[in-house]
Ligand binder design. Structure first.
Ligand code: ADP
Ligand code: ADP
Length: 226
């Protein structure tokens, strides 16, 4: 089964803006996949639909074979979402943020504590487990956002412009972190408008423009064409 199977997906917002005009897309399990495109192309809309934040107008989406519309809560359990904006309580500690997030999604507390230690280690935040998030650097906060999404053990991790507005050091730091997660078996999809970022991280990609997929295939094939 594919990690993500999108067929003829359309989205028209209430203001009559059509953000997606029949998008078809496959992502293989284990892939590191980039969704590239300029501002306004429809990337956030597509990510929003896949993560159930936005309702689709027509078409279908399956996540590991689970239909997003008919079996929404089951499909959602396969997904971890890292939003673009940092949306954590600055006066909590990283450990509490991770444990509480897992608790919200029904992970038993003992298990949540184990996972929190694992994710703190993977994010290289063990030494910062018990300080206030407020005191973390920008890069640390970003890594913590990724660690939080991993607490539910998603098979598919989705990131919407994870490195928008962050400097190059933080960006490279996040790339390393994401590569480790992918290597451990999690399928990753990220949106970006930097080809350089997609090139450095991803095996496969789609390019979206004005709500339509204009390229879909391997990074190597695309780069050979340029
Ligand atoms: P970005 O591409 O950087 O994510 P967007 O242009 O998508 O920025 O805007 C960010 C937020 O504003 C998103 O939550 C999006 O849903 C919302 N938004 C964008 N365009 C409109 C619009 N025309 N009407 C209402 N909300 C919009
Ligand atoms: P991207 O993420 O590639 O920048 P978006 O999916 O945010 O693109 O936007 C695609 C189109 O849909 C844009 O024309 C945008 O203005 C519009 N749009 C996005 N979100 C909304 C919304 N909540 N309501 C109305 N229009 C929106």
């Amino acid at each position: 089964t594919l990690a993500l199977r999108v067929r003829d997906l359309r989205k028209t917002y209430d203001n009559d803006v059509t953000a997606l005009k029949g998008v078809t897309l496959d992502v293989e399990p284990g892939d590191f996949f980039a969704l590239l495109g300029p501002n306004g192309a429809g990337k956030s809309t597509l990510i929003g639909i896949i993560s159930s934040l936005v309702n689709l107008s027509s078409g279908s989406v399956e996540i590991f074979g689970i239909d997003l519309v008919r079996e929404r809560s089951r499909a959602m359990r396969e997904i971890g979402l890292v939003p673009q904006e940092i949306n954590m309580n600055m006066f909590e500690t990283p450990r509490d943020i991770l444990v509480n997030y897992a608790g919200f999604y029904g992970v038993p507390r003992a298990e949540a504590l184990v996972r929190a230690d694992q994710e703190l280690e993977r994010a290289h935040l063990t030494a910062k487990a018990n300080v206030m998030v407020r005191t973390l650097s920008g890069g640390m906060k970003r890594r913590l956002m990724i660690a939080r999404a991993m607490m539910t053990r998603p098979r598919l991790l989705i990131l919407d412009e994870p490195t928008a507005g962050v400097d190059i050091e933080i960006r490279r730091d996040m790339w390393t972190n994401l590569r480790e997660i992918n290597r451990a078996g999690t399928t990753i999809i990220l949106t970006t408008h930097y080809l350089e970022e997609a090139e450095s991280l991803c095996r496969n990609l789609a390019i979206i423009n004005r709500g339509e997929i204009i390229e879909h295939g391997s990074m190597r094939t695309l780069l050979a064409k340029l």
